[in-house]
Design a binder for this molecule. Structure first.
Ligand code: IPD
Length: 277
């Protein structure tokens, strides 16, 4: 039976995502020694939004491996952009070769290689691999989420006042200030706050129940592609950037324990989340 078609498509894409992300994670680690503290190859949206030798080498490897494994697929990568517009049913890989680049360049261990496979605008499989710990987070739509073989379940907490909530801050200084102001307004109403600097791992932490919730404005598709699916398959409620039907703002992403999604959303909206972007 062709495992790359029909019901077997999502798990088959998950396997490819894991294999390519694992190999790329090894490359990211081997290049890191040359990157930490220097080699700021280039900057993108702001002076702190850097692209390193690691980012470009890792994305090149991902593209090479995906082209060999699935030559008809498209790729949207953080560094190299898109290779075209997908036609109906065509797979497009959404790739962050190194998510958590600032951590990567500063010697902090929280960065990842993230690959999501999208079909008709929906992520159907993905993997997030942490080069330093070696953890492999993975999911296929309809088949659940796992970390190193163990099934993932989101937190069952229902009291927002006890919730440990992760968030992120963007590269644009103006937006970062608005994000920090929003965080200051909600901080006294939740249990605690974390900012790891790696959105894909924040979403995996929600999947594992390590974080009770996470939100951030301004994430790119490659930041949340795989992690969003992993959180959703673990039972979290996931809201991605798109139509602003809840007042959080079109650029907001949120993932939370099922019982916390509504109260966290309501708190963020009441404190002005819609004005952050
Ligand atoms: C960044 C990280 C960070 C988040 C930023 C992202 P990058 O991705 O995920 O946690 O707060 O918004 O841009 O640039 O390291 O791939």
């Amino acid at each position: 039976m062709d495992q790359t078609a029909g019901a077997g498509l999502h798990p088959a894409l998950e396997e490819i995502a894991v294999a390519v992300a694992r190999e790329t994670a090894a490359l990211a680690l081997s290049v890191r020694e040359r990157v930490v503290g220097r080699d700021r190859l280039d900057t993108k949206s702001s002076a702190t939004d850097v692209v390193t030798e690691g980012d470009t080498a890792c994305e090149a490897l991902v593209r090479e491996r995906l082209a060999a494994a699935r030559p008809d697929d498209l790729v949207l990568g953080e560094e190299g952009g898109t290779s075209g517009t997908p036609s109906p049913g065509q797979v497009r890989w959404v790739v962050d070769p190194i998510d958590g680049t600032v951590n990567y360049t500063h010697g902090l261990p929280w960065f990842s290689v993230s690959l999501g496979a999208e079909v008709d605008g929906r992520i159907v499989a993905g993997a997030v691999v942490e080069p330093v710990s070696g953890r492999v987070w993975r999911a296929a739509r309809g088949h659940g989420a796992r970390c190193d073989g163990a099934a993932l379940r989101a937190s069952t907490l229902d009291d927002l006042a006890l919730a440990v909530v992760g968030t992120g801050l963007g590269y644009d200084p103006g937006r970062r200030a608005r994000q920090a102001a929003l965080l200051a307004r909600i901080a006294g109403r939740i249990g605690d706050v974390r900012r790891t600097g790696c959105a894909s791992l924040d979403l995996c932490a929600v999947a594992a129940g390590w974080l009770d919730g996470f939100y951030e404005h301004g994430l790119h598709p490659w930041d949340h592609a795989a992690g969003g699916l992993i959180a959703q398959e673990a039972g979290a409620v996931v809201r991605l950037p798109g139509a602003d039907t809840d007042g959080l703002g079109a650029e907001a992403a949120l993932a939370a324990a099922p019982a916390l999604a509504a109260p966290l959303t309501a708190l963020l909206v009441a404190e002005g989340a819609g004005g952050v972007a």
